[in-house]
Design a binder for this molecule. Structure first.
Ligand code: CA
Length: 138
């Protein structure tokens, strides 16, 4: 009798484990979409665009960030960003770092403000350099 209950429990537990590898309920740090323009960037996120002028040349990769990312390379985004949109209604400071884990000689700083969100159509001197990102309240 006890064995039967134990077996039933084991089977119930096994059934509750998702068969696919998708970790439902766990938000990835970086979400990638294809698109262009600042309208493609969700509210309260930082969007990194593969090409300059927010992918004006045609649909291309956009990486959507909600929080600090120590290794953009984990999401296929290392050394790719050519423009960026800081889509916050309030003051937020975003720093792009040349190396992983917020390191490197050059840091590119961007802002959103009360008057205007942060539109960076080109990352002058920092094209295809970003490897990690910090998002902080201003
Ligand atoms: Ca690029």
């Amino acid at each position: 009798m006890i064995k039967k209950i134990a077996l039933a429990l084991t089977m119930a537990l096994a059934a509750s484990v998702p068969l696919t590898g998708s970790a439902s309920g766990v938000d990835p740090l970086v979400r990638e979409i294809k698109g262009q323009g600042i309208d493609a960037c969700p509210e309260e996120s930082v969007c990194l665009y593969q090409d300059s002028d927010f992918n004006a040349g045609g649909d291309a990769r956009i990486w959507i960030l909600k929080d600090d990312v120590p290794q953009l390379g984990k999401y296929g985004a290392n050394d790719h960003a050519s423009s960026a949109y800081v889509n916050f209604p309030n003051e937020v400071k975003v720093q792009l770092f040349q190396d992983t884990w917020y390191d490197g000689e050059i840091v590119y700083t961007m802002w959103s403000g009360r008057e205007k969100r942060g539109e960076y159509s080109k990352l002058s001197g920092f094209n295809d350099e970003a490897s990690s990102v910090v998002i902080a309240a201003g």
